[in-house]
Design a protein around this ligand. Structure first.
Ligand SMILES: NC(=O)c1ccc[n+]([C@@H]2O[C@H](COP(=O)([O-])OP(=O)(O)OC[C@H]3O[C@@H](n4cnc5c(N)ncnc54)[C@H](OP(=O)(O)O)[C@@H]3O)[C@@H](O)[C@H]2O)c1
Length: 282
């Protein structure tokens, strides 16, 4: 949605103005949004989170990347800074309260506040029948995928309120609507995120904080390796798609940047499915 608009604007701009825009903090793509916003992205040293972090920074945001492992954070920050982007990072295991607090504190210390939260980190430690899922596995999936999202939101909202509002995007999955076989507990956690999105959108509107959700289909990342590294399984998954290819993390990034932009300022409580036309909802 961004790009045709951006191209149209470019056509109206004298080339000198375009050149000076590129030289400012407006980001490499010349978009007007989300310029100078501060964005925190969880699970952003790889896969979908990394692509979102890169795109937000390209679109002009100051981005704080994070994940459990310091070496992954260092590598992601080095890569994105090497591309000329305004990116810093800190370690954050989203299941740990002290890590969540440090993530928010880092953004406030380095950039003065938080405008955007992308809650992307998730786990799936179990493949099999739902009735075989142990209590320990249920706790882990619900803690990381659902509870941590709610608690991180709680930690950032006061910062957003101080700045007059903000935008939150929760990364769910198309599995929230169309369950993946043998991933029952994960599917349930992703359906819960649709409810969390709706409920938070209602509660946070009073602070001008919008809450939306992204539901990706199968994306080629290490998280989903099990689903695409077997060629037969990959072909059967592709057969159910209207767009006959497995997604790339970049397919998710632009829509998240749009949801965080002023162009989306009348959208809250919604879920966008990015799944190549896999059957989701009406
Ligand atoms: N790939 C798909 O097909 C697909 C489809 C639908 C939805 N999704 C959703 O998209 C999101 C990202 O998945 P992905 O495929 O991009 O995964 P990925 O490529 O495996 O990347 C996961 C990222 O999260 C970090 N991470 C893992 N556990 C974490 C934790 N507890 N706290 C903080 N960071 C953590 C990892 O770094 P460290 O190891 O350093 O922590 C890594 O940066 C997830 O919510 C997933 O459910 C994925």
């Amino acid at each position: 949605m961004f790009r045709p608009l951006t191209r149209a604007w470019r056509g109206l701009l004298p080339s000198k103005a375009l050149l000076s825009m590129r030289g400012t903090s407006r980001g490499a793509r010349g978009n007007t949004n989300p310029i100078n916003k501060v964005a925190v992205v969880t699970g952003s040293t790889n896969g979908i989170g990394f692509a979102i972090a890169r795109r937000l920074a390209q679109d002009g945001a100051h981005v704080v990347v994070s994940s459990r492992k310091q070496e992954n954070v260092d590598q992601a920050v080095a890569t994105l800074q090497g591309e000329g982007l305004s990116v810093t990072g800190t370690m954050c295991h989203v299941g740990k309260a002290e890590d969540r607090e440090r993530l928010v504190a880092t953004a406030v210390k380095l950039h003065g506040g938080v405008d955007i939260l992308i809650s992307n980190a998730a786990v799936n430690p179990f493949f099999g029948n739902l009735i075989d899922v142990t209590e320990e596995v249920w706790d882990k999936i619900l803690d990381i995928n659902v509870k941590a999202t709610a608690l991180l939101t709680k930690a950032v909202v006061p910062e957003m309120a101080k700045r007059g509002g903000g935008s939150i995007v929760i990364v769910s999955s198309v599995a929230a609507y169309s369950p993946f076989p043998s991933l029952g507990a994960y599917n349930v956690s992703k359906t819960a995120l649709l409810g969390l999105t709706k409920n938070l959108a209602i509660e946070l509107a009073q602070w001008n904080v919008r809450v939306n959700c992204l539901a990706p289909g199968l994306m080629k990342t290490s998280f989903s390796r099990m689903l695409w590294e077997n060629q037969e399984r990959e072909e059967s998954i592709k057969a159910a798609m209207l767009i006959k290819r497995i997604g790339k993390p970049e397919d998710c990034a632009g829509i998240v940047s749009f949801l965080c932009s002023e162009d989306a300022n009348y959208i809250t409580g919604e879920t966008v499915v990015v799944a190549g036309g896999v059957l989701s909802h009406l």
